[in-house]
Design a protein around this ligand. Structure first.
Ligand SMILES: Cc1cc2nc3c(=O)[nH]c(=O)nc-3n(C[C@H](O)[C@H](O)[C@H](O)COP(=O)(O)OP(=O)(O)OC[C@H]3O[C@@H](n4cnc5c(N)ncnc54)[C@H](O)[C@@H]3O)c2cc1C
Length: 384
């Protein structure tokens, strides 16, 4: 097992999460309501601004500090899905925004005065083939005028700003299919009701995800991040951080399930002894631990490469795949070990089971990771 980095941060996150125990998350889950108190507590403790450089009011730590925070949140039974996007979405602004944009937004994001929690890429007609997005921003004087639709845009109702990927040149008119997309920073406080409609989508987990409809939404041209037409590259840049952070959440989930399952297996007596003495119960839990530990090493390796500024696309993808599979196997095992109680809301296993299933689909599905490895790493032909 990888030695755990950032012990002080981990301890502080555990203490904070201790104030938000199972009943808090169960109530939020039941109502599909946003864990505002939890997000506020994390913001006030400075955990959501660890990646923002000190010059803009953050703590300027590396990605491994952020992985430690998200892993501990998930290990404690909480869920970082309500706020994790701030950590990686901010990177697009930090890396590609102008100095004026960074000065205008980053210090306020660091204090929590404004929230940058929404990231608008996916569209119903494009799916994973992002070059097929059609939401279009047409230049009109000092504004862009945006029309189109996005789906699965999480936290849009609980965010002040959104990083939006849209086309500024139609796919057919661009030199390459990945050219002609641009990133706009949308002020959701002004946009809602003025060309932007947000519709929540109820899902099997409490994730505050939504559908967005753009109807002549005006966004100041000053909110264009980086160069027009280069947006796809900027978004890809940010995806490595996203995948590594999500992988860390999966490691936290896996540890949660393994802790709970092994504790339960030691204490639950059936047929005159603890169920954990039976290898049919014990070995799957041990296997979950083995898988989680291997995935944890890959997450830590990917985070190290990212921090060193080295290419890490393949490692970030592999870490996300291994960790999401390890957390799912651990979740399934924990349900089985708990017998009927695995299905009882009060044990939090069924909630976490639903929550961790997401990560084999989003932010990128396992098949697309395998396709990346098959074609980019192993040089086999592409099917699309
Ligand atoms: C709860 C939730 C929250 C989300 N939050 C956000 C968000 O905040 N912002 C955002 O932009 N997006 C968000 N997403 C979208 C998410 O990133 C996508 O759902 C995910 O990338 C998969 O894309 P898709 O749903 O369009 O699936 P599709 O692209 O339609 O794919 C469907 C299935 O087919 C498989 N498939 C597709 N093409 C191939 C191929 N060539 N070879 C083999 N298999 C293939 C995929 O692996 C997948 O299993 C969220 C999704 C969910 C469910």
């Amino acid at each position: 097992m990888a030695s755990e980095t950032h012990p002080e941060i981990r301890e502080a996150v555990r203490r904070l999460c201790g104030q938000f125990p199972g009943p808090y998350w169960r109530a939020k889950d039941r109502d599909r309501s946003y864990p505002t108190e939890f997000v506020t507590a994390l913001t006030e403790a400075g955990f959501l601004s660890v990646l923002i450089p000190e010059v803009y009011g953050g703590s300027g730590l590396g990605l491994s500090a952020a992985t430690a925070i998200l892993e501990e949140i998930h290990r404690s039974g909480s869920n970082g899905g309500a706020c994790h996007a701030q950590m990686y979405t901010m990177g697009t602004l930090l890396k590609h925004g102008s100095e004026a944009q960074k000065q205008a937004y980053l210090p306020k994001i660091a204090t929590g005065e404004i929230r940058l929690q929404a990231f608008g890429v996916t569209e119903p007609g494009a799916g994973t083939d992002t070059t097929r997005i059609t939401t279009f921003a047409r230049r009109d004087g000092d504004d862009f005028v945006v029309n189109g639709q996005k789906i699965w845009i999480s936290r849009a109702e609980h965010s002040d700003l959104m990083v939006l990927l849209c086309r500024t040149t139609a796919r057919d008119d661009a030199a390459k299919s990945s050219d002609g997309m641009s990133v706009l920073l949308v002020d959701l406080r002004e946009a809602v009701g003025n060309g932007l409609t947000i519709r929540p989508i109820r899902t099997m987990l409490n994730h505050a995800t939504t559908e967005l409809f753009f109807d002549d939404l005006r966004v100041p041209a000053a909110n264009l991040i980086g160069e027009e037409g280069k947006g796809f590259r900027y978004i890809l840049d940010g995806m490595n951080a996203e995948r590594i952070l999500i992988a860390a959440e999966c490691i936290g989930d896996a540890k949660f399930f393994i802790d709970r399952a092994s504790d339960y297996a030691k204490g639950r007596e059936v047929f005159g002894g603890p169920i954990g003495a039976n290898q049919g119960v014990q070995f799957p839990i041990a296997r979950a631990h083995v898988q989680m530990s291997a995935a944890e090493l890959m997450v830590s390796h990917a985070a190290d490469l990212f921090e060193a500024g080295q290419p890490c696309g393949t490692e970030a993808n592999m870490a996300k795949m291994l960790a999401s599979e390890a957390s799912w196997f651990a979740a399934d095992t924990a349900i089985q070990v708990h017998g009927g109680f695995g299905f009882a809301e009060d044990y939090d296993i069924e909630r976490k089971f639903r929550e961790t299933r997401l990560y084999q689909v989003a932010p990128i599905s396992t098949n697309l990771i395998l396709s990346h490895v098959g074609t980019h790493v192993l040089g086999m032909p592409k099917s699309f």
